[in-house]
Design a protein around this ligand. Structure first.
Ligand code: HEM
Length: 504
């Protein structure tokens, strides 16, 4: 066979078949979502604005409700419409119920041994069962309502002692929530004003630093091959913070082991028993690392989110004194001025529940949810989301979408009445999901609802609040994995209950 005959008989047809196959395959593979082009190698990293939630909202106006941007070797996909959020969190929930663990979170959570970052699988299911069906279940939380009452009384006493002077509401809310969470976890609390202020401040800074590091763009995440060099020192800083918490955890665990005869009904006791006696699921061992990582989830995931929500609610109410008055009227009617609010009053406080709903609409503390990560390639709205992408669901933008909400930027708790909208926190409504949706929906909703409702009601019922002379409420936001007020809310309380002894 001559070379020419060989070329025409074998090589040319083979070449044609191969190119047709490539073309067909290319045609069948959907494109990536549109987005900024970026630079070679680094993609859009140099242009990344650290205020991700507003940056992503601006980009969605240009590129649409699903767009992508290359951040180093990672592809980020951002979803900003209700229908696409539903596609991801409901229709493809199983595929997207994974996490791409940031290097800093891996350090913090004992190698990703917590609920928030563990991938969808048997270990995550075991941890979630322990948390949601046992420790954070409504019946367990109701059984420890006395702890929350004790903490609320202590906050009321503390603020009363500062009547007529400026009170940092941000710090007070954090201290209360932190004390409530830790006393539920290990029956420990900060006693006395000095301890409350010094250790509480320490904890607040510790959690704030952790939240800040978790929200900071990290080269180790964009170029995983470089993670071991920790170029920005974020993992090193996180390790220091984690070690400080670890010492506290060790001390609490040691105290429990010494008091073995004394059975308390707290979470740590429950988890230690599981670790000792049952070893978790029949198949999955429940280890000391799991215990510590879960403690970390509850402290880091449960305190800042809850305290920030109450602070935003107070800020909105101070901005709209007629709404504050309306809420006080409801409280006076249901509770009376001769008693303190009890948790059992909450179901009757309808306006309070609207205020909380509206706060979580305008100021969802976790505006982009915790990023989801598909376990296999998935096509959404005709675009390919490759396996391992980091998917941000912009809940904040969806909850401010003018096509779904009238006057979306206005704080209007009554809107839920006028529109007959229920807007529950159960994650079934993809126009309103401040706690996320699907398998990875927040594990602490029942606890958050109790803490936010009880504390906000008490603050508004027990005190009148006014801003400092000539000051306005600064509503600017500081982005981190939790979005907080840039300027902490400070206001002056005046007691408003009929008997002074209620404050002691
Ligand atoms: C107002 C308060 C809170 C808000 C707005 C909030 C919001 C959220 C959001 C948006 C997520 C991510 C959902 C997703 O990935 O799609 C989440 C996850 C989580 N939250 Fe909360 N949270 C709050 C309070 C709490 C509390 C009090 C706890 C526990 C003490 C808690 C524990 C968790 C845990 C463990 C997860 C991870 C769930 C998983 O990945 O399976 N949260 N939360």
């Amino acid at each position: 066979m001559t070379p020419t005959t060989f070329l025409y008989t074998f090589l040319l047809p083979a070449f044609l078949i191969y190119t047709t196959f490539l073309l067909l395959r290319k045609k069948r593979t959907p494109p990536l979502p549109p987005g900024p082009t970026g630079l070679p190698l680094v993609g859009s990293l140099p242009f990344l604005n650290p205020s991700l939630h507003t940056y992503f909202t601006d980009l969605s106006k240009k590129y649409g409700p699903i767009f992508s941007l290359q951040l180093g070797s990672k592809l980020a996909v951002v979803i900003s419409s209700s229908s696409l959020a539903r596609a991801i969190l409901r229709e493809h929930d199983n595929t997207f119920a994974n996490r791409d663990v940031p290097a800093a979170a891996r350090v913090l959570t004992y190698g990703g041994n917590d609920i928030i970052w563990t991938p969808n699988g048997p270990t995550w299911r075991m941890l979630r069962r322990i948390c949601v069906h046992e420790m954070l279940a409504p019946h367990t939380l109701d059984a420890v309502s006395g702890l929350r009452q004790r903490e609320i009384r202590s906050t009321v006493r503390h603020i009363h002692a500062r009547s007529g002077t400026p009170v940092d509401i941000s710090t007070e809310m954090f201290l209360n929530v932190m004390n409530t969470v830790t006393s539920t976890i290990w029956s420990g609390t900060l006693e006395g004003d000095n301890e409350r202020e010094s250790i509480g401040k320490n904890f607040k800074e510790l959690v704030a630093d952790i939240v800040d590091l978790l929200g900071r763009p990290n080269v180790s995440d964009f170029f995983p091959a470089l993670a071991r060099f920790d170029l920005q020192g974020i993992q090193r800083k996180m390790l220091v913070l984690k070690e400080r918490f670890d010492k506290i955890f060790e001390r609490m665990i040691e105290n429990k082991s010494c008091d073995e005869g004394k059975r308390t009904k707290d979470f740590l006791e429950y988890m230690l028993r599981m670790e000792r006696e049952e070893g978790g699921d029949s198949k999955i061992p429940f280890t000391m690392d799991h215990i510590k990582a879960l403690l970390m989830d509850m402290i880091v995931g449960g305190t800042d989110t809850t305290a920030t929500t109450i602070e935003w609610a107070m800020a909105e109410l101070l901005n709209k004194p007629d709404l504050l008055k309306k809420l006080q009227e409801e409280l006076d009617q249901v509770v009376g001025k001769d008693k303190l609010v009890k948790e059992s009053h909450l179901p009757q406080l309808h306006f309070l529940s609207l205020v909380i709903k509206e706060t979580l609409r305008l100021h969802p503390p976790v505006p982009l949810l915790v990023p989801h990560c598909p376990s296999s390639p998935c096509t959404i709205n005709g675009y390919l989301i490759p396996e391992g992408s980091r998917v941000f669901i912009n809940a904040r933008a969806i909850q401010r979408d003018p096509s779904q909400w009238t006057d979306p930027m206005e704080f209007q708790p009554e809107r839920y009445l006028q529109q007959g909208l229920k807007r529950d926190f159960n994650g079934k409504d993809f126009n309103y999901f401040p706690f996320g949706s699907g398998r990875r929906i927040c594990a602490g909703i029942a606890m958050a609802e109790r803490m936010v409702g009880y504390l906000l009601a008490t603050m508004v019922h027990s005190f009148d609040w006014k801003l400092l002379e000539g000051e306005e409420v600064d509503m600017s936001e500081n982005f981190g994995i939790v979005v907080k007020k840039t300027v902490p809310l400070v206001a002056i309380p005046t007691p408003r209950l009929s008997k002074n002894e209620l404050y002691y």
